[in-house]
Design a protein around this ligand. Structure first.
Ligand SMILES: Nc1ncnc2c1ncn2[C@@H]1O[C@H](COP(=O)(O)OP(=O)(O)OP(=O)(O)O)[C@@H](O)[C@H]1O
Ligand SMILES: [Mg+2]
Length: 245
C-alpha cells in the first residue's frame, strides 16, 4: 500500500490555546479508498480536515496530500475538493451564478454548462435561478457539495456532507459519491450517520479526544470489538457516555 498512499498524517497535533484538539494522530489513506473518519462531537475530526486542507497548520507532525507537504504553501496538492463546516456561500448570487463563478476561477471554459450539470447532479436543477440566500439548509448543503466538485477533484475531503439532508438527498448524494469513487476519486469522509459509513466506506478510523482509537475495515473493527453493527462498535470504542468537551 505504501506506494499508493495519497493522504499521510504523521504524528500530527493541534491545540487551540491550551485545549488539545488533535494529539499525535497518524493515519494513511490509499488512492481510491472511500475512507470513513469517525468520532464523537469534539473528537477532532473537523480540526484534522482543516489541517488536511491547509486551513490550519499542525503544531507538530507532518501532513502529506498527493505526495506534497500541506504546510508548504506553494504546493499544489493535486486536485482536491473540500466540503467543510464553514458556510462560505455567497447568498446574493443564484445557485447557478455561484457555481459558474467558481468554475470560472478554475478556468473551466463552459462555466455555465458546468454549473448546470453540477446543479442537476446534486438535485438543485429546479432552484438554479433562486438566490442562494433563499435556499433551505439542505439545499445549501447540496450546493456546498456541488462547489466541492467544480474542479473535478481527485481527492474529496467531506466533513459531514449529508448533514441536514432529507433521506432522498442522503441517498442521492451517497450514490453520487459512490459513482465518483468508482471512477477513482479518493474520498475522506466524516459523518455521524453510521449506516451511511458502513455502506460506503472501505476502511475507517475512529478518533476520540484527539487520539486515534481504531482503524481498519468494518470487519477488522468487528473482530476487535466483538460487535456486529457499526453503531455498537462506535459506542464501545468511544464510550456510550461520551460528552462533547
Ligand atoms: N476555533 C476553535 N477555537 C477553540 N477551540 C476549538 C475550535 N474549534 C474546535 N475547537 C475545540 O477542538 C476540539 C475538537 O473540535 P472539532 O471541531 O475538531 O471536533 P469534531 O470532531 O469535528 O466535532 P463535531 O462532531 O462536533 O463536528 C473540541 O474540544 C473543540 O472545542
Ligand atoms: Mg466537526
Amino acid at each position: 500500500m505504501t506506494e499508493n498512499i495519497i493522504i499521510d498524517i504523521k504524528d500530527a497535533s493541534k491545540s487551540y490555546g491550551d485545549r488539545a484538539a488533535v494529539r499525535g494522530l497518524s493515519l494513511s489513506v490509499a488512492k481510491g479508498e472511500f475512507f470513513g473518519f469517525l468520532g464523537p462531537n469534539g473528537a477532532g475530526k473537523t480540526t484534522t480536515i482543516r489541517m488536511l486542507t491547509g486551513i490550519l497548520s499542525p503544531d507538530a507532525g507532518s501532513i502529506t496530500v498527493a505526495g506534497k507537504l500541506v504546510s508548504d504553501k506553494l504546493h499544489r496538492a493535486g486536485k482536491i475538493g473540500v466540503l467543510s463546516e464553514s458556510k462560505g456561500l455567497y447568498e446574493w448570487m443564484t445557485g447557478k451564478e455561484f457555481l459558474s463563478f467558481f468554475a470560472g476561477l478554475y478556468g473551466i471554459a463552459e462555466a455555465d454548462e458546468a454549473a448546470e450539470k453540477l446543479l442537476a447532479e446534486v438535485g438543485l436543477k429546479d432552484r438554479a435561478d433562486s438566490l442562494v440566500g433563499s435556499y433551505s439548509r439542505g439545499m445549501k448543503q447540496r450546493l456546498k457539495l456541488a462547489r466541492a466538485l467544480v474542479n473535478e477533484p481527485d481527492i474529496l475531503f467531506l466533513d459531514e456532507p449529508t448533514l441536514g439532508l432529507d433521506p432522498q438527498g442522503q441517498d442521492s448524494i451517497q450514490k453520487l459519491l459512490k459513482r465518483l469513487n468508482e471512477k477513482g476519486v479518493t474520498v475522506f469522509y466524516s459523518s455521524h450517520l453510521l449506516h451511511e459509513v458502513s455502506r460506503l466506506c472501505t476502511r475507517m478510523a475512529v478518533i476520540d479526544k484527539g487520539v486515534l482509537v481504531a482503524e481498519g475495515t468494518l470487519d477488522d473493527l468487528r473482530r476487535r470489538t466483538h460487535k456486529d453493527d457499526l453503531r455498537d462498535i462506535f459506542l464501545s470504542l468511544t464510550g456510550p457516555d461520551a460528552e462533547p468537551e
